[in-house]
Every structure is written in C-alpha cells, then in structure tokens.
Design a protein around this ligand. Structure first.
Ligand SMILES: Nc1ncnc2c1ncn2[C@@H]1O[C@H](COP(=O)(O)OP(=O)(O)OP(=O)(O)O)[C@@H](O)[C@H]1O
Length: 254
C-alpha cells in the first residue's frame, strides 16, 4: 500500500531518519517502535507531508507522494492523529468533529457568505459523517458533552473519529494509547482491530510494548534514525539488535 525507499531526513547536522526502506502493508496493523528520539514521529511527518524528505521517496498506491503537501496527502487518503489531540474544549464533541471535517470539505468563502445550497448540503453531510465516526469509535452517547469534560481515553477516541471522518485508506496513529490505563488501552486496541476489519490500514507508533506485541501484524524498529529490524512481533522480540537498542533505555521490549 505504501512503500518508502531510502528515506532520509536531516535537520541541520542531525539525521533524524537515515536511509530507511520499508513497506506499510494494506489491511494490516503496522507498528513502528524504537527508543526516544529514534525518528518515529519524523518518519510519520515525512509520510504526511509535514517535512520535505532530504532524500528518498514515498510511494502510496503506486503514486509518488514524496513532494506533496499535507492537504494533498490527506486528500489521497492518508490521515494521522497526534500524540496530543487539540480540541475546542468549550465546544461539544460533535461540534469538534464537524469543525474538523469542515476544514477538509470543499465550499469556498463565497459559498459561506451566500449560504449556498452546496454549503447547506455539505453541512448536512458533515454532520452525518461526524455522527457516523462518533458511533464507530463508541462515543455516540457523549456527542453533546463539552470536549473539555471528557476523559483522556475519550479524547483518544475523538482523535480517531476526527481522522476517520476524512474517510482515509491509511491511518497513521501517533501513540494512540499514550496516557491511558491498561483496561482502556485494551479497548483502544479493540477499536484499532475493528478499523482494520472494516478495510482500513493502520500504522501506529506506540511505546506500550505489550499492546504492540499483541496487536501488530508487522513491526518496524528504528534506532538513531536507522531501521534495525522488521518483521512479526515474534521475530522482532527475538532479534538481538532490538534487544541491544532497548538495553539501557526506559522501555523494555518484552
Ligand atoms: N523539527 C525538528 N527540527 C530539528 N530536529 C528535529 C525536529 N524534529 C525532530 N528532530 C530530531 O530528530 C530526532 C528524531 O526525533 P523524533 O521526534 O522523530 O523521534 P521519536 O522516535 O518520535 O521520539 P519519541 O519517542 O520521543 O517521540 C531527534 O533527535 C529530534 O531532536
């Protein structure tokens, strides 16, 4: 589905991603792990068009997307979530979804000023899509609650819903279970499985190894910007290079 070839990103003298080649496989849970500062978020930012690559290429469904901007990448069907989800805390959960979706729909300023039929039709569609996305992530019952009043785990689900409302093919999740308890982590893992069962492809960055080992079909391991291993959870767990990379770091592999 997505192929990365010899991808490199330098920030001044610092090589954040160094000659990484890999494949994100369609219909699977792909995971990226690695110690802090390994280049995981930078790797996502390169795919999403946030940073231009220094070298290498990114091909999505046969199309070279290396030089595309974030909005162009999003329109092709790649959505991402962030480690921290910024919401309008004084607006309802549903309104947050609608605003998020409107930013990606087509009416121009003229439509808004004139209140055109197209705008009204888009607003209706937007509301429906927002509700569908909230139902999918299990938050339909709190659509009228203020975003400032919801739990961390619910915020994570809203982040998923925001990404889903754009109807992506590939979803990039940056620490989807960061800051939630083990029980909630399992609930979010179930939701990720459900997204894949509905035909989505997922690629996630996560520090919670127990979750990754149970959830991922494939794992890419980065260390100091370089790919040091990839494979199934069992292959990665048994790889001496991976064990070395994690020794002395705060995260254990097993
Ligand atoms: N915009 C930037 N400008 C300069 N250096 C950056 C920038 N973004 C990341 N880096 C550097 O690139 C390296 C990789 O950082 P990155 O955030 O991608 O790692 P990470 O694996 O996501 O880390 P973490 O697990 O802590 O989130 C680090 O040395 C970081 O300081």
């Amino acid at each position: 589905m997505l192929e990365v070839r010899h991808l490199t990103k330098r920030f001044g003298g610092n090589v954040a991603v160094n000659d990484v080649s890999t494949v994100i496989e369609g219909g699977k849970v792909n995971a990226i792990i690695g110690p802090n500062g390994a280049g995981k978020t930078t790797f996502f930012n390169l795919i999403a068009g946030v940073h231009p690559a220094s070298e290498g290429s990114i091909v999505f469904e046969g199309r070279d997307i290396t030089r595309l901007r974030t909005d162009q990448v999003a329109r092709l069907g790649i959505a991402r979530t962030f480690q921290a989800t910024t919401l309008f805390d004084t607006a309802t959960v549903l309104d947050n979804l609608i605003v998020g979706h409107r930013l990606r729909t087509r009416s121009g300023l003229l439509d808004v000023l004139l209140g055109t039929r197209r705008l009204k039709a888009e607003e209706r569609l937007c509301r429906e899509k927002a509700r569908d996305a909230l139902d999918f992530v299990g938050l339909g019952h709190i659509e009228n609650r203020l975003a400032g009043d919801i739990s961390q785990e619910e915020r994570k689900r809203v982040a998923f819903a925001l990404a889903l409302a754009t109807e992506p093919k590939l979803l990039l999740l940056d620490e989807p279970a960061g800051g939630v308890n083990p029980e909630e982590t399992e609930g979010l893992a179930d939701l990720i499985r459900k997204m894949v069962a509905h035909g989505l492809t997922v690629c996630l960055i996560e520090h919670k190894m127990d979750m990754i080992m149970r959830l991922a079909d494939r794992i890419l391991v980065l260390s100091y910007g370089e790919k040091i291993a990839e494979g199934t959870p069992a292959e990665v767990r048994a790889n001496p290079a991976v064990i070395d990379a994690y020794l002395g770091s705060e995260h254990a592999v097993a």
